[in-house]
Write a protein that binds this ligand. Structure first.
Ligand SMILES: [Zn+2]
Length: 448
């Protein structure tokens, strides 16, 4: 096998600018980019030709794979975040390591088809119903890791501490599967999970509702010792803020800061209902913000202060969270478009800034600091968006192809490469032959 393979990109995104005609050399031994050669008007002999606009692989920084089984069913009738959560718990009760593997394999393959090359799985479904550990206490987490490998995407398994149902309240019946009892026992179980090729292990605090304040620092220290990413759902609901105030007299952000949770390897997911002091705390500690606009609008959460957070120093990433929609391009433009609706002003983020959140900054939030850019030394993960579909055809995309972030959808993703290997070719998944069927079958298996 040759040591280098070459891709020729008709148009490529090089971080700050689009370039026509770029040859990308990739090492077949370590799956990294070895050279980026601009001015390649024609494909070099033997190169694999990728027509369209090639960007670094998209990072889906916040996923709960099993929520995909709820798509559609939770749109019948009305309800709130809290009634949605009841339906979600019913599905969660039916998952086993086997059925979760099948579902996650299909969901991650759906993500691959959407150009996603790395997923941050915020994973809290640890134990059998009733809370009994499996023979391998990490059977569920390992099922997710195996599912990502089959779908060809990188995974950061954000193993989540979930210990209580509210401030000072024991887990409810449905939440017994989530709980290790104490943060110490969570740490013991999570420590058995190991990084490996395509896999990073990180930590998560489900929320300030779900981890007692005096145990927050145990999780933070675990992540600190491993220099691992640490994620936390933060101020998604005003009810959480009110309960935190009642229990501790401070905001959830302040509580996390007081227990050493905030910092540059930490990402707050949503960060929706924040005070000016919260925003300053998140920004000054370089804590990241993961926006999940399609889920936030689906759950009627509100529009988070992403502009102010970024200005204060918080890097932005994007996630499809509940998978009401799996389309990172939609998440990216929704962040800008939501802000336009609120402010009556356009242009809070350029297409370049939106792409950065969806690629380099998203990867960094998941601990993949060596992915998300097309440059020598980076992991060879990239996604090609077709510029000749009904959504993207026209002269403007060819002159400024980055504007595709405002028009293209997941359906326009044509090719996806991870570690130098193609996982999606001409819009079809290479190793999961019928992704729609895999989704239908794995979701049907969870119903009566
Ligand atoms: Zn979430």
């Amino acid at each position: 096998m040759p040591l280098t393979t070459t891709y020729w990109l008709e148009h490529a995104w090089l971080g700050t600018r689009a370039e026509p005609g770029v040859a990308l050399d990739v090492s077949t031994t370590d799956g990294r980019i070895t050279a980026v050669r601009t001015g390649a008007d024609a494909p070099p002999p033997g190169a694999t030709v990728l027509r369209g606009f090639t960007i670094p692989g998209l990072a889906n920084a916040h996923s709960h794979a099993f929520h995909r089984a709820l798509r559609g069913t939770v749109q019948v009738g009305s309800g709130t975040f809290w009634t949605w959560r009841e339906v979600m718990y019913t599905v969660a009760q039916r998952l086993t390591p086997e059925t979760y593997f099948a579902l996650a394999r299909a969901v991650y393959a759906e993500m691959a088809l959407a150009g996603i090359t790395a997923v941050g799985e915020f994973h809290y479904l640890h134990h059998a119903p009733g809370g009994t550990p499996y023979a391998d206490p990490n059977a569920m987490g390992e099922a997710l890791i195996a599912a990502a490998a089959e779908a060809g995407v990188r995974i950061t398994l954000l193993d989540t501490a979930y210990l209580s149902s509210g401030f000072g309240a024991a887990p409810e019946r449905h939440q017994l599967r989530f709980s290790d009892g104490t943060a110490e026992r969570w740490a013991e179980r999570a420590s058995a999970l190991k990084d490996r090729e395509g896999v990073r292990i990180g930590a998560a605090i489900h929320s300030v509702r779900a981890v007692p304040a005096d145990q927050l620092s145990t999780v933070a220290r675990w992540a600190e010792e491993r220099r691992a990413p640490l994620h936390v759902h933060l101020s998604e609901q005003t009810a959480e803020n009110e309960a935190c105030h009642a229990a501790h007299g401070v905001t959830p952000t302040r509580l996390l800061a007081d227990h050493g949770v905030l910092g540059p390897r930490t990402t707050g997911v949503h960060n929706t209902h924040m005070t000016d002091a919260d925003i300053a705390l998140v920004g000054s500690t370089s804590t990241g913000t993961c926006m999940c606009p399609t889920t936030e609008r689906d759950l009627a959460d509100g529009i988070g202060p992403a502009v102010a957070l970024q200005k204060a120093g918080s890097p932005l990433s994007l996630g499809s969270d509940s998978h009401a929609v799996v389309d990172l391009l939609e998440e990216a433009r929704a962040m800008e478009l939501n802000e336009r609706l609120r402010s009556h002003v356009r242009g809070h983020w350029t297409a370049a800034a939106l792409l950065r959140a969806a690629t380099a900054d998203g990867h960094a939030a998941l601990g993949w600091t060596d992915a998300g850019t097309l440059e020598a030394g980076a992991l060879a993960d990239f996604t090609t968006i077709a510029l000749d579909t009904v959504r993207t055809a026209g002269p403007v995309p060819r002159l400024a192809p980055e504007t595709a972030v405002f028009a293209a959808t997941a359906a326009d993703v044509r090719h996806v490469v991870v570690g130098g290997r193609r996982i999606v070719q001409d819009g079809a998944h290479v190793s999961v032959p019928d992704v729609a069927r895999a989704l239908a079958d794995s979701i049907a298996a969870l119903r009566d």
